[in-house]
Design a protein around this ligand. Structure first.
Ligand SMILES: Cc1cc2nc3c(=O)[nH]c(=O)nc-3n(C[C@H](O)[C@H](O)[C@H](O)COP(=O)(O)O)c2cc1C
Length: 283
């Protein structure tokens, strides 16, 4: 039986049960079905929906039956910690960062040592030195140092291959936005353009930076804190909280995260888990 036929049959059965007219039942059930279709597709159940504190949860055999290994980073060596860090600190969001050099050359690259805060709204990036430039700065860092401005564009599935293509070791004069077929949008408060294909853009000004040195004393990276001076949110992903604040719909955004190696991830099955109230026992 087709799903429409099943749906009509169940409508008639329920209508009879409730003593409603078939028309009223169809309208009611159609409304419910449409409502369900509008709900995010990504929502699933938490891993242990019936868990109650302080119940112990089962640890999988491959963990329970193996022992912990202590790894001293000074023994491993700073550079060799790279595969461990990028595979263990996952998933990471990806900042797609647009900058302009002091003589006007445009640059775009992805960065997943990336996080954020909200008052004042800031982004935090870690831009490593470039191995292929003998430890010199990447173009993004050179440009932020020179102009104190950048934009962060949120990565979504629909333009991922284009975004990934921008991360090659290109020379400073290469415009990665043009190279990857992405489209520039002018910003309102900073010179670097935004990426039209992205649904959420943040115009940023350099607020703080912190230079790091490796175990050998060489410069290894810069931690950049950028204050967000303007947000741009595509209406196609924008939603409102009950009190009217704008937020971004996960289903519409289709965000892509960075995992270990060259692996990316989708946020396809998510679930809500309420924060415990201090009075959780009185629930
Ligand atoms: C998904 C992804 C995440 C990346 N994250 C970082 C990062 O957090 N820090 C970094 O220094 N390089 C990171 N890279 C590498 C830079 O994108 C790459 O070195 C790029 O060429 C820098 O460009 P630029 O010299 O034009 O600034 C990442 C690359 C990819 C594909």
């Amino acid at each position: 039986m087709s799903s429409i036929a099943k749906f009509s049959a169940s409508s008639v059965a329920i209508a009879a049960g409730l003593g409603l007219s078939v028309g009223a039942a169809v309208t009611f059930l159609l409304g419910r079905k449409l409502n369900a279709m509008n709900k995010p597709k990504v929502w699933g159940k938490p891993p242990h929906p019936n868990w109650e504190p302080p119940q112990q949860l089962a640890i999988p055999d491959h963990i329970e039956e193996s022992k912990m290994v202590a790894l001293d980073p000074k023994v491993i060596g700073g550079k060799k910690c790279y595969p461990l860090i990028i595979s263990a600190v996952v998933p990471r969001p990806v900042a797609f960062v647009s900058t302009v050099s002091k003589d006007g050359k445009q640059n775009l690259a992805p960065f997943s040592y990336f996080t954020a805060m909200h008052d004042p709204p800031c982004v935090i990036l870690c831009i490593c030195r470039a191995g292929h430039r003998g430890g010199g700065k990447k173009d993004t860092m050179e440009n932020i140092d020179d102009t104190k401005e950048f934009t962060v564009n949120v990565l979504s599935e629909w333009f991922l291959e284009q975004a990934n293509h921008t991360c090659g070791n290109y020379d400073p004069e290469v415009d990665e936005m043009a190279l990857s077929g992405l489209t520039k949008l002018p910003s309102l408060k900073v010179k670097p353009p935004r990426v039209k294909e992205s649904a959420v853009h943040m115009e940023c000004k350099l607020k703080h930076k912190y230079e790091t040195k490796g175990y050998d004393g060489e410069d290894t990276a810069t931690v950049v804190v950028g204050e967000i001076v303007m947000f741009h949110v595509n209406e196609g992903v924008a939603r409102k909280t009950p009190s009217g604040s704008t937020y971004v719909g996960l289903d519409e955004l289709q965000p892509i995260s960075r995992l270990g190696g060259n692996t990316y991830g989708r946020s396809r099955e998510c679930f809500d888990l309420a924060r415990p109230d201090r009075d959780w026992q009185k629930r």
